[in-house]
Design a protein around this ligand. Structure first.
Ligand SMILES: [Zn+2]
Ligand SMILES: [Zn+2]
Length: 169
């Protein structure tokens, strides 16, 4: 559900954030490309307003995340992704092969597993659920490929799987 921000400049003003061309361009880039990486935001912003350093992109993203305007997702073994669908605590499913990430609505309500069985003295404010698997495109490709290329690909994806596997807490 991209594009939920209708008037970015007004939104920034409401939160008391200084409105700059860079922040607006960053906000637009994330709004148009949900689950985008900081690198890809930088590319999009450069085509829109010209030169911007990666550091400025990181700075803008961190201000916007800090104000709750953007959400930052940090899947294990992958760069952080950003989206403007905030506040609904939705989940994500990620393809182990190509890295594509899509939204999945919460299965049981607005705050899944937020009440831990034993909070161990922590004040918990977020529960992140990430499903891992293979996307329809990668599934179709693995079914339609020759045995030789399948063998090569499964080696590749086994390698990726090792590097992308979520760490056990
Ligand atoms: Zn895929
Ligand atoms: Zn999402």
């Amino acid at each position: 559900m991209p594009g939920v921000i209708s008037d970015p400049a007004e939104l920034l003003r409401q939160r008391g954030i200084q409105v700059t061309a860079q922040r607006l361009a960053v906000l637009r880039a994330v709004s148009v490309h949900p689950h985008v990486t900081a690198d890809a935001v930088a590319d999009a912003v450069r085509t829109e307003i010209g030169a911007i350093s990666l550091q400025s992109v990181y700075d803008a993203l961190s201000v916007l995340v800090g104000e709750g305007i953007l959400r930052r997702i940090q899947p294990a073994g992958s760069p952080a992704r950003f989206e403007d669908r905030v506040g609904d605590n939705h989940h994500h499913v990620i393809c182990r092969v190509c890295g594509q990430m899509v939204d999945i609505d919460c299965a049981i309500g607005s705050a899944p597993c937020l009440v831990a069985a034993d909070e161990r003295g922590y004040e918990i404010d977020e529960a992140e659920v990430v499903y891992w698997g293979r996307c329809p495109d990668c599934l179709a490709e693995s079914r339609s490929s020759t045995p030789e290329s399948t063998a090569r690909r499964s080696q590749d994806s086994a390698r990726r799987r090792r590097s992308m596997r979520p760490k056990q807490a």
